[in-house]
Design a protein around this ligand. Sequence first.
Ligand code: HEC
Length: 165
Amino acid sequence: MTFEWRMSLAFAVALCGAMIAQVMESRAQDTVAATDEEKPYKIAEDGTTDWPTFSGFRRYNSICHTCHGPDGVGSTFAPALTESLKRLNYEQFTEIVVNGKQEVNTAVQKKMPAFGTDPNVMCYLDDIYAYLKARSDGAVGRGRPDKHADKPPEAAEAENACMGN
Ligand code: HEC
């Protein structure tokens, strides 16, 4: 093998190595992103919930519970959202809450109202999703969470901006 040959071979090997490293790195990032997407809530080992999950608990149990039952367990009228969120992703969940959903045939007339223009729902949609996902995964039990993180200043700011205060 000539000197030039060996050099280009060494270069090719180095290039391959760099490419493999890059692919592996982007795979690792994908994994992290996927895990984040699956878990919009954070529950500490001692059971302390993060603020969004606690906020979602309060919002859910002041607006959605009238039809979907306390703590997302469902009622004779509307489905258990703890079950629904095993199937629906964030986009699907959002689409239904914004636009509503209706099942009408001769036997049933069930209507999920559209909340797209209701700031009391829209400004807390991510919180409600976090809470219901935590309930659906069994990370949060029924009733009011015992301990929760304080409301961070960013959450208060975002809330004021969203509610137009
Ligand atoms: C007035 C009663 C009522 C209220 C209030 C209500 N829902 Fe619903 N919701 C329903 C009914 C009924 C359905 C089933 C509609 C259907 O199957 O077509 C439904 C369906 C849904 C679904 C789809 C479930 C599935 O398995 O496909 C989601 C998600 C949902 N509601 C979220 C919410 C959230 C979040 C709130 C509170 C912001 C809320 N709902 C408030 C009655 C209600």
